[in-house]
Design a protein around this ligand. Structure first.
Ligand SMILES: *Cc1c(COP(=O)(O)O)cnc(C)c1O
Length: 448
């Protein structure tokens, strides 16, 4: 008889009768369980229907949503890494229908989807050629499988890193079919270690160098420079492949961000293939980019794994548009959101905090303080780079920081802040000016 209630019929029209019946069963079961406790009232049919409607609405909500990133972490893997530039978003929309993905419009013949990126990657990195696949982990597997399967690959013990999300260099090498030869120690590796490994493994064709993206070994450390390692490798007929991870195309040192080598510098040092992510410092979509010698890129492109790891048309379009932001007349430091956020001035960030504060002035019960913070730049990239920022510290009497943070995360437009010393902080570096008004309403709703 609940199902015959006009409200239930209304829900059935919206969500389908089967889903409504299921939701009502769930709600009834919960109500029965509660009734076993002393003092519980029997819920009315209207109460049950309201609960069922809430349940149905929750189920129909998209699971994947946009969020406002108020963590201050610019390249946040859990929040989808790099936010795309408007140009990249527009490029995705353009090819979302049909597009000339694999068609040469001039000759009317089949073409390769890689043609759209090859010369662009080459132009921007200074490499002979370029190739893009699904992600950096895939690109490393492809490079090792195509050039080193069945042969020893030399890796320094100081570079046997785990990036997170299941990327561990030893496992990746194993997956590619290459045999890993570890040399040196955690903190020190010398050219003589590479020489010794070659003496023991005559079949070696390749040295793999990995950028330790998410940790630093400091103190008594040593590793040959990239240039020395390249000279060493080439003198012995070996390839030098570098997994650079972060993929900076601009030197960030003048902006106070040290320790991120550029792709161009690696190629100039003589690395044969450089592999890097599309959605870290490059600021584009998820992708793994390989730049380097044309003959090697061609070998990779022909390998069966290249097909399995190929980039889809949306990411390909977004990557092309992002790469174009690196060439004149564009200015990547302002056009690429990741670079803009990383290098914003303290005044800009503080001004944003003040603007949000004034938008929140009329919200009852809310206590606001602007605080100076020491944030970190990124998860998978620049983990050690402290970037000072400004945050709004928010509190409501009687509401814990955890509860406040949860309410913000689970609202209609989710906001992710951070908690430090039992206080809720909304970092202003990673919030855009356009997000200020929606952010203010989300805060007001969370405590309404
Ligand atoms: C981040 C990173 C990877 C993994 O990149 P994905 O694009 O997430 O696959 C691999 N190697 C290094 C050195 C990295 O920093």
């Amino acid at each position: 008889m609940i199902c015959a209630d006009p409200e239930a019929e209304h829900l059935s029209a919206q969500f389908g009768a089967a889903a409504v019946t299921k939701a009502l069963r769930t709600v009834l079961a919960r109500a029965r369980a509660r009734l076993s406790r002393p003092g519980e009232q029997v819920p009315s049919i209207a109460d049950l229907l309201t609960a069922a409607a809430q349940d149905l609405a929750d189920r129909h909500r998209e699971s994947l949503m946009g969020v406002i990133n108020a963590t201050g972490v610019v390249i946040h893997t859990n929040l989808g890494r790099a936010p795309l530039a408007p140009e990249a978003v527009a490029a995705m929309v353009t090819v979302a229908g049909y597009g000339n993905l694999e068609l040469d419009l001039e000759g009317g013949r089949r073409a390769s989807r890689q043609d759209h990126l090859d010369s662009l990657i080459a132009e921007i990195t200074g490499a002979q050629a370029g190739l893009a696949v699904n992600n950096c982990a895939g690109a490393v597997v492809l490079a090792l499988a195509a050039l080193g399967a069945g042969t020893p690959v030399i890796v320094s013990r100081g570079e046997l890193v785990e990036i997170g999300g299941g990327f561990r260099v030893p496992d990746i090498v194993a997956q590619s079919g290459a045999q890993m030869v570890e040399i040196g120690t955690t903190n020190r590796t010398h050219l003589s270690d590479y020489d010794q490994a070659l003496a023991d493994h005559a079949q070696t064709r390749m040295i793999l160098r990995t950028h330790p993206s998410n940790f630093r070994i400091t103190g008594f450390t040593s590793a040959p420079s990239l240039k020395d390692l390249a000279t060493f490798a080439h003198a012995r007929g070996l390839l030098l492949i570098e997994d650079l991870g972060g993929g900076a195309l601009v030197d960030l040192t003048p902006f106070g961000i040290a320790g991120e080598p550029t792709v161009q510098a690696s190629l100039q040092a003589g690395v044969d293939l450089v592999v890097f992510s599309g959605d870290k410092l490059l600021g584009g979509p998820q992708a793994g980019i390989i730049a380097g010698r044309r003959d090697l890129i061609e070998t990779l492109a022909k390998h069966p794994l290249a097909r399995a790891l190929r980039l889809d048309k949306l990411s390909l379009a977004a990557l092309g548009a992002t790469l174009r932001l690196y060439r004149p007349p564009n200015h990547p430091m302002s056009a690429v959101p990741v670079l803009r956020m990383l290098t914003q001035s303290a005044e800009t960030i503080k001004a944003r905090g003040l603007a949000l504060q004034s938008l929140l002035a009329k919200v009852a019960n809310l206590q606001i303080q602007i605080v100076v913070t020491e944030g970190f730049a990124g998860g998978g990239a620049l983990p050690m780079q402290a970037l000072s920022g400004f945050a709004l510290q928010l509190s409501v009497p009687g509401l814990s920081a955890e509860d406040f943070a949860r309410r913000l995360r689970t609202g209609a437009s989710p906001v992710v802040g951070r908690i430090a010393q039992d206080r809720l902080l909304l970092e202003m570096r990673t919030v855009s000016d356009q997000e200020l008004a929606p952010l203010a309403s989300a805060i007001a709703q969370a405590i309404a």
